[in-house]
Design a protein around this ligand. Structure first.
Ligand code: SDX
Length: 429
């Protein structure tokens, strides 16, 4: 007998079904609330609203837990690779050796983009933000694959679309970077793995072929694994929202990239570095900025701090903090803004304002410091987030599209505007 909750409205009471998830999370199923009661719910920012049932990622914000398909993020970072985690998120299980080999071959097979698209890049001014280029290019990719635009693709065609996008997004990102620095585009090499190829395309020049060493490659694996999914965050919910109209995967992802760009979301990694650089330029007085972040009359927020779900330390920030030290030591880089970041974190975590509001460093707080050490320019940081989040976006789009009960997303509202009034001719206004 499934559990229900009783809703009392005036002298009428209504039984609302209760849903319990595999980790014990509970929800009131209000799918029929309006038909039952004539009421809707209001939840600006959806902080208390579940948009769907999903089996991809589990987060326990209070305990600081993050698992992809039930496997803890720390174990995946230690033992897996971004390619394997992409397979896990998209197909729901770790691949066999044969499945993984086929998957990697398919991804490598799609490593080229139509040569026509190169001229799209050169039409942008050199200062164009790579997120603007990336979202436009993802949508433009669909022009070259009209068959993949069909709303009801076969599973085989859907797989082809997925591997195409997995392979080509890093090419589009690398080409956007090369455009911004005025260098020739570089192509993938069959002997390199997915992420080594990305760095090879980014940093190879006619004078020097770039091949990342083992620690750099592992660091990028960890960076991309921790970004790979995060259940119904703003950009993933955007991908689901757009995909729910049966718009194709390219269009849905293009919208997701735009949502990620915001400084409250994926754009925070760029904003963190700009904040740390501003503190450094202002004499490194981090305490002044802690006070500013607490001052309600100031618009300043501690970028890279706080989270809608985590009310504990973001496990991803924990992992990246250890890699910060490893990478900077390995590269012989001593970056003063890492010291500022650590001093800022220490001061915040012992300050009542942050402790009471449960504001901890999130995934964006340390990621930018590692990207900087890898010589990735600040305006490419959110592109790196998008590359990492790609398998998560795809997994959620696929989970939704394959749900026979899928409906177009169409939230309601409570109207607070003018009641009925007549049109007044302009001469009477
Ligand atoms: C990501 O959703 C996801 O999963 C996202 C993500 C993912 O993987 O997809 O984890 C990636 O987007 C991480 C978040 C990156 N953004 C930032 O680092 C930007 C700085 N942080 C914030 O702006 C803020 O913390 C949010 C946007 C992340 C969360 O905002 P909420 O949940 O809407 O919380 P809130 O704005 O209601 O804040 C609650 C209180 C407020 O004070 P009061 O009004 O209660 O007095 O905490 C304060 C806020 O003013 N607060 C901060 C703060 N974050 C919240 N005060 C100072 N500095 C901050 N960073």
């Amino acid at each position: 007998m499934s559990k229900t909750a009783t809703l009392q409205i005036d002298d009428a009471s209504f039984e609302i079904p209760v849903i319990v998830g595999s980790e014990g999370e509970k929800a009131l199923d209000i799918t029929r609330l309006r038909q039952q009661t004539g009421y809707i719910t209001l939840d600006s920012g959806y902080g208390n609203t579940g948009a769907c049932l999903s089996s991809i990622t589990y987060i326990d914000g209070d305990a600081g837990i993050l698992r992809y398909r039930g496997i803890d993020i720390a174990e995946l970072c230690e033992k897996s690779t971004f390619m394997e985690v992409s397979y896990l998120l998209i197909y729901g299980h770790l691949p066999t050796a044969e499945q993984f080999l086929h998957f990697k071959e398919r991804v490598h097979h799609h490593s080229l983009i139509h040569e026509d698209m190169k001229s799209f890049f050169t039409s942008y001014p050199g200062h164009a933000h790579p997120m603007a280029i990336l979202s436009a290019m993802v949508c433009s990719l669909s022009v070259y694959h009209p068959k993949l635009l069909e709303p009801d693709q076969s599973p085989e065609d859907r797989d082809e679309t997925v591997t195409r996008l997995l392979s080509k997004l890093r090419v589009l990102a690398a080409f956007a970077y090369k455009r911004s620095v005025g260098e020739a585009f570089v192509y993938t090499k069959p002997e390199l793995d997915y992420l080594s190829n990305f760095l090879h395309m980014m940093f190879t020049t006619p004078m020097n072929e770039y091949f990342p060493d083992e620690l750099i490659r592992k660091t990028l694996d960890v960076l991309f694994i921790v970004h790979a999914d995060h259940e119904q965050n703003c950009s993933t919910s955007t991908v689901r929202m757009v995909g729910s109209s049966k718009a194709n995967l390219f269009a849905s992802l293009s919208a997701g990239i735009c949502a990620l760009w915001g400084p409250l979301h994926g754009g925070a990694n760029q904003a963190v570095i700009e904040m740390l650089e501003a503190i450094q330029a202002d004499g490194g007085n981090h305490k002044k900025y802690i006070e500013l972040a607490k001052d309600k009359s100031s618009p300043f927020r501690l970028m890279g701090f706080g989270h809608r779900v985590y009310r504990n330390y973001d496990p991803r920030a924990q992992l990246l903090k250890t890699y910060c030290d490893k990478v900077l030591t390995h590269l012989g880089v001593s970056d003063p803004i890492l010291d500022i970041a650590k001093a800022l974190e220490e001061a915040a975590l012992s300050d009542n304002y942050f402790v009471e509001k449960k504001l901890y460093p999130n995934v964006d707080f340390y990621s930018g410091i590692i990207y900087r050490a890898l010589n990735i320019p600040t305006n490419m940081f959110t592109v790196m987030f998008a590359l990492g989040r790609l398998p998560g976006w795809i997994a959620h789009w696929k989970e939704m599209i394959e749900d026979p009960g899928m409906k177009i997303a169409r939230p309601r509202q409570i109207y607070t505007g003018e009641t009925l009034q007549a049109y007044t001719p302009i001469e009477e206004r």
